[in-house]
Design a protein around this ligand. Structure first.
Ligand SMILES: Cc1cc2nc3c(=O)[nH]c(=O)nc-3n(C[C@H](O)[C@H](O)[C@H](O)COP(=O)(O)OP(=O)(O)OC[C@H]3O[C@@H](n4cnc5c(N)ncnc54)[C@H](O)[C@@H]3O)c2cc1C
Length: 542
């Protein structure tokens, strides 16, 4: 008897053991250009490690064996413990050792640390996206905690800045590494946090650093295993921000009850929960009534990370599809050499060129936020990038999936997981419309924003006619506060800012092709063969 009925041929090898950094020339170029070149060696080393078959397998395992809630221990005592597959813990060790949660806040940090961190973030996103949630929230919370943590918790600041991942259930000052979550969304409203009903009453004194008793709930509370969450609750003076440790300083459990874990479309490796606070103890950060202002500072950073994460996942989908197209033969030719497929691939490569240039420029603006002009650029372009890039991710991954044909639809290809993971970045931390309304608001209410955009765009006037025309049109619309048009306005701002980066720094034919694709309203021109070769070479590390 033989098992063999046929010879297997023309089935491509899956993409593994590639260097996620060195294979991405647009990213390498942008890192140097935006002042993060000092991190190149680290990125090359971690890029090789992350691209390995072993690392990709960890990403798969963490998602096929999602976390489970164990509410009681063997003796029947309530513990509300979330248990993860070991793969999750190994991946978390990786993101923490890359300092995605604190690189920007290191005391001896190199210049433009946000640029290096952005590049690291894009690499990790290609392996597993759920682990980005805890490090994003921790990264955003650290400046707030550094400023406002009450004296009793100052011992938390050192482990917050370490590169360790420590799962021990102990008070923060006794641990080697810490994670912080964020809890705003309640059943009746997520975008409109002013509707929060969770109440906070002072235990003794009222005011910054004082302890309050919290009663209420959060409808979405990701990473419930975090050492603490920053949450919103109502006080006498309105919505306020609280530090809510999982364990109280004496080691006992704070009264945070995990009701259940969310059953999610994607992001399955990461635990998101529903919780109730039944006389939990939280410490006021800042003053009563300052909640929205403080939480919005954190939200800017997490929104930037959403755009970075989506970009990283798009890059992975593209790399998998390109590798496949180089191997799969259809009608006598490799797919990559079929003129129509080459167009699709080249257009995706061009799209990623633009996103990379914009995101890394934005990362530099975050690093240089002491400069008012850079701060204004970051304030405007962060919600715009979150809206446009996170939305673009969904059709992009679907296209990559299709390039693999039926194999793309099957789990072994990585693409179904990328496809499931993609929408969440568009929804959480402010959904699409909310981002566009934010763009509209900062344009009309914050000084220096429009000027920063004008300064950026005027620099490349006269270089490309599509750019000039669209920029002229946009300038006329900047003064109009029209909510119904906020999406097109946001998209135009993001596209023009992207074009600026390419017109300034990329080869002219590449920049012109990008403007032709995304700024010329008459349709998508064909990318010529020589440029397609160039784009695909840059996208493959050549
Ligand atoms: C997997 C996952 C994990 C999450 N983890 C957390 C977490 O850890 N902590 C946390 O606090 N939250 C978390 N969230 C919640 C998330 O931030 C909210 O779902 C999101 O902010 C939207 O709020 P909502 O669900 O209440 O929707 P709504 O606020 O009801 O919004 C619904 C829709 O209406 C749109 N909209 C809102 N206002 C307007 C307007 N004025 N004009 C036009 N359109 C508008 C929004 O863009 C959205 O598309 C998580 C969500 C998910 C999916």
């Amino acid at each position: 008897m033989t098992w063999t009925t046929h010879t297997v041929f023309n089935q491509p090898f899956p993409l593994s053991n590639s260097n996620l950094f060195l294979s991405d020339v647009p990213l390498c170029d942008a890192l140097l250009r935006e002042g993060g070149g000092w991190d190149s060696d680290w990125l090359a080393s971690v890029g090789s490690q992350l691209g390995s078959a072993e690392s990709l397998e960890l990403g798969r395992l963490a998602n096929t064996c999602p976390p489970e809630l164990h509410r009681y221990d063997a003796r029947g005592i309530r513990v509300d413990d979330v248990r993860f597959h070991p793969a999750w813990h190994l991946l978390m060790q990786g993101v923490c050792s890359s300092r995605l949660h604190n690189l920007s806040w290191q005391p001896d940090v190199q210049p433009n640390a946000s640029v290096a961190r952005a590049a690291r973030f894009i690499l990790h996103a290609q392996v597993e996206a759920g682990t980005l949630c805890p490090v994003t929230m921790t990264h955003a919370a650290i400046p707030l905690l550094q400023r406002y943590l009450p004296t009793a918790f100052r011992g938390w600041l050192e482990p917050l800045l370490s590169d360790r991942y420590d799962t021990h259930a102990m008070p923060g000052d006794q641990k080697r590494g810490l994670l912080i979550g964020m809890g705003m969304t309640e059943k009746q409203g997520g975008s409109d946090v002013l509707t929060n009903t969770t109440r906070a009453e002072p235990l003794q004194g009222r005011g910054s650093g004082e302890a309050y008793r919290l009663i209420g709930h959060k409808w979405f509370f990701s990473v419930p295993q975090s050492d603490a969450h920053v949450i919103l609750a109502q006080t006498q003076q309105g919505l306020s921000c609280f530090f809510l440790p999982r364990l109280l300083p004496d080691g006992s459990h704070n009264a945070i009850f995990i009701e259940r874990l969310k059953d999610k479309l994607g992001n399955r490796a990461n635990a998101s929960s529903e919780v109730e606070f039944k006389d939990a103890t939280g410490w006021l950060l800042g003053e009563e009534g300052e909640g929205v202002r403080l939480i919005l500072k954190m939200a800017g950073m997490t929104r930037f990370d959403c755009a970075l994460g989506s970009h990283g996942q798009m890059r992975r989908a593209f790399s998998v599809a390109l590798y496949h197209a180089h191997q799969r033969q259809v009608m006598g030719k490799n797919l990559v050499d079929q003129p129509l497929m080459r167009q699709v691939l080249a257009r995706q490569a061009l799209q990623l060129e633009g996103q990379t240039a914009l995101l890394m420029r934005l990362a530099r603006a975050w690093s240089q936020a002491d400069d008012a002009n850079q701060a204004a650029f970051a304030r405007l372009l962060t919600p715009a990038a979150k809206f446009v890039i996170c939305k673009a991710g969904m059709p992009f991954v679907a296209e990559s999936m299709e390039m693999l044909g039926g194999n793309g639809y099957c789990e072994e290809s990585e693409l179904p997981r990328l496809y499931r993971d993609m929408p969440v970045n568009s929804i959480w931390e402010g959904s699409g419309n909310v981002m566009c309304l934010d763009v509209l608001r900062v344009i009309s209410k914050k000084s220096g924003i429009v000027e920063a955009l004008i300064r950026e765009c005027d620099e490349v006037k006269g270089v490309n006619r599509h750019f000039d025309r669209r920029w002229r049109q946009l300038k006329l619309r900047l003064g109009k506060h029209d909510e119904a048009q906020a999406r097109t306005l946001t998209q135009d701002i993001l596209q023009l800012a992207t074009a600026v980066q390419l017109l300034r720094h990329a080869e002219p034919r590449l920049a012109d092709a990008w403007c032709g694709q995304w700024l010329d309203t008459r349709g998508e021109p064909t990318i010529d063969a020589a440029l397609a070769d160039r784009l695909l070479a840059r996208a493959s590390g050549r």
